[in-house]
Design a protein around this ligand. Structure first.
Ligand SMILES: Nc1nc2c(ncn2[C@@H]2O[C@H](COP(=O)(O)OP(=O)(O)OP(=O)(O)O)[C@@H](O)[C@H]2O)c(=O)[nH]1
Length: 381
């Protein structure tokens, strides 16, 4: 019997940004009534010493309904265990897993666990990343902590908390400044605030490739390629303005470049499209080169690719650093645009390098490889 993979969402955000507050709010929503929750935190103690002292303490909580349990072990063991107990009917069945990461965590290893652990691949698929940002302290946090920048860069959804603390003209300026900065770091992530309960479970958790309402691939929303294009244009305009001797990037009058820290300056986002198909071997090689040369600096990559062995059934790619979700073959192109579209958020990598690498393969139509068999592409069916 074919099993439907369970979507796994990662809730991340810096220490004290408001993850638990948001989670408590979200778990009251019937949309998440059948969610299992893994809370990976170190407790309400001081910041600096706790990671080392209590790094092996994982509190795992099934917060939906009445069940509550604490299990030791790493994330993979925990998910395996949850799935096994669900299979045996020992716990209330769940249709989604939400993992709240610790505030200091680099989210990449958590994503990798879900995306590449062989034992989990058949059972789970990464739904996406929700990153919580404190609107009041966010600027300072992003300035001081590269992990916080990375949390924003890998997000599919960004939730701004503590907007209620931003009052008056100064508060408004702070809000515009943080929004401008988040948009620059990650132009495609949908940005919601907890103010007036805007960040509902449904808005946050419908971020995967497949639209749960229509059950079809919602690639346009998922890729949000046009957001990258707009950001690129804005970046080019800004660089031109700077080269003419002005010292501000006036994006709606609020995006002042002195707000941007040295961490952000290394992060860029871009997209490109290509009408020619790539051969299966070419794609495989492109991904290998991408992983081995740029893996650590490729924060997030998504794409829909025309492959020459079956150009009418595109392949969906999804990567975080050097780890890629197994490619998924769609039954058909989800919209009229039948070109390869790739989007990237990277650190210290220039667009021409990646684009040139990809285009180097698009002329090679050799075909015949079985790199993307139905077995490896069956994940999201
Ligand atoms: N004013 C205000 N306070 C908030 C809001 N969201 C969270 N807080 C407060 O911020 C503090 C930290 O919130 P938590 O939800 O514990 O944050 P967290 O990200 O889970 O924190 P860690 O687990 O330590 O990483 C608490 O005192 C919350 O009450 C908000 O929107 N407005």
């Amino acid at each position: 019997m074919a099993t439907v993979p369970i979507p796994v969402a990662i809730l991340t955000g810096f220490l004290g940004s408001g993850k638990t507050t948001l989670l408590n709010f979200l778990l009251k929503d019937p949309f998440l009534s059948d969610a299992a929750v893994i809370i990976n935190e170190f407790g309400d103690v001081g910041i600096d010493h706790l990671l080392v002292e209590r790094a092996d303490e994982n509190v795992i909580e099934m917060a939906s309904g009445c069940l509550c349990c604490t299990i030791r072990g790493d994330l993979i063991d925990t998910i395996h265990d949850l799935l096994a107990r669900r299979g045996r009917g020992e716990i209330k069945s769940f249709n989604r897993i939400v993992i709240e990461t610790t505030g200091l965590a680099d989210p990449a290893p958590v994503l990798h666990a879900v995306m590449s652990e062989p034992g989990l691949l058949a059972a789970c698929r990464l739904e996406g990343v929700i990153t919580v940002v404190d609107a009041f302290n966010g600027m300072a946090t992003l300035d001081a902590h590269p992990e916080a920048v990375k949390q924003v860069a890998v997000a599919d959804r960004i939730v701004l908390t503590k907007v209620d603390l931003l009052v008056g003209r100064e508060g408004e300026d702070m809000l515009f400044a943080i929004i401008g900065r988040l948009r620059k770091l990650n132009p495609a992530a949908r940005l919601l605030t907890t103010h007036r309960n805007e960040a509902t479970a449904e808005r946050l958790f419908t971020m995967g490739l497949f639209d749960p309402k229509t059950k079809t691939a919602d690639v346009q929303t998922w890729l949000a390629a046009e957001a990258y294009e707009t950001a690129e244009k804005r970046g080019r305009r800004s660089r031109r303005t700077h080269s003419h001797g002005h010292d501000h990037d006036h994006d709606h009058g609020h995006d002042h470049h002195h707000d941007v820290s040295r961490h952000d300056a290394h992060i860029r986002s871009f997209s490109f499209s290509e009408a020619n198909a790539i051969s299966p071997q070419g794609l495989e090689l492109f991904l290998e080169l991408l992983k081995s040369y740029h893996g650590a600096n490729m924060l997030r990559m998504k794409g829909i690719v025309k492959v020459s062995d079956d150009p009418s059934r595109p392949v969906v790619l999804h990567g975080v650093q050097h780890v890629f979700h197994p490619p998924v073959r769609l039954p058909a192109w989800p919209d009229k645009d039948e070109r390869t579209r790739l989007v990237f958020i990277v650190k210290d990598i220039e667009k021409p390098m990646i684009e040139g690498l990809f285009r180097a393969f698009t002329d090679q139509i050799t075909g015949g490889a079985d790199a993307f068999t139905d077995k490896t592409l069956s994940l999201n069916r």
